[in-house]
Design a protein around this ligand. Structure first.
Ligand code: ATP
Length: 220
């Protein structure tokens, strides 16, 4: 069965979510109170509707409750974003993701029960700054406030060592779950697998432990 989503707010962020969901085969109802925006998505989304999401009766009449996941991508009008989230919660939508405009907005969204709060500009800014500062950490996925999966590029200090030589689970409490070598992926590398220069190591663990490994073993 196809997955079913609603995207409310068809700015750059909401619009790109609609495009990607559709390209991956999902059903998407796209909603905006601007008819110009909705017209843009009429031929892209499964259904494109002009509606004000702060109107509970309208959301109910659209059957929003039956969708698996609703994304609120209203940016500037924080009041509308909050009110929409409250209404979606009251209607009983199972999963709600909301784009936050700032930290206060994020706090309120969490208080009123948004399941996921995203902060795309801030998070992308942090990611890009980290990439600019480090030659080693290529990318990361936050698992919690303190844990991540990081992509580390093997440098001269690491290349040539096997998993046993590095012994990073015992020394740092972190685990190499995979190695990307060009187009090849080595899942769960074995004890005698050797790291080559330029390999990308997928490492899981506490951020502090991964950073310790990067500083001590990779000497970045
Ligand atoms: P971008 O994603 O382009 O950065 P943004 O953060 O500037 O967007 P806005 O342009 O403020 O966000 O809002 C995104 C969209 O949400 C706009 O197309 C706007 O018309 C729509 N929108 C705002 N309020 C409502 C509402 N109450 N109901 C439906 N759509 C709304």
């Amino acid at each position: 069965m196809k997955k079913e989503f609603v995207v409310i707010g068809l700015g750059r962020f909401g619009g790109s979510i609609v495009g990607e969901l559709i390209s991956q085969g999902a059903h998407v109802m796209a909603i905006d109170h601007s008819s110009d925006r909705v017209d843009e998505f009429a031929s892209i989304a499964t259904q494109a509707v002009v509606a004000n999401s702060t109107d509970e009766a309208v959301l109910k009449s659209l059957g929003i409750r039956n969708f698996e996941h609703v994304i609120v991508a209203i940016g500037e009008d924080i009041q509308a974003s909050i009110l929409t989230t409250i209404i979606l919660k009251e209607i009983g939508v199972e999963k709600i993701t909301v784009k936050a405009q700032n930290d206060y907005h994020e706090k309120v969204l969490r208080k009123i029960g948004a399941d996921f709060v995203v902060h795309p500009e801030r998070d992308m800014g942090i990611r890009i700054a980290n990439n600019m500062l480090s030659n080693t950490v290529l990318d990361y996925l936050e698992l919690s406030d303190e844990h991540s999966i990081m992509e580390l590029k093997a440098n001269d200090n690491i290349a040539g060592n096997s998993m046993i030589d590095l012994d990073i689970r015992a020394k740092y409490g972190i685990t190499i779950v995979g190695i990307k070598r060009g187009t090849e992926i080595i899942v769960s590398p074995q004890a005698d697998d050797k790291i080559q220069l330029g390999d990308i190591m997928l490492v899981i663990g506490a951020d502090a432990d991964i950073n310790r490994f990067v500083k001590k073993a990779m000497k970045e």
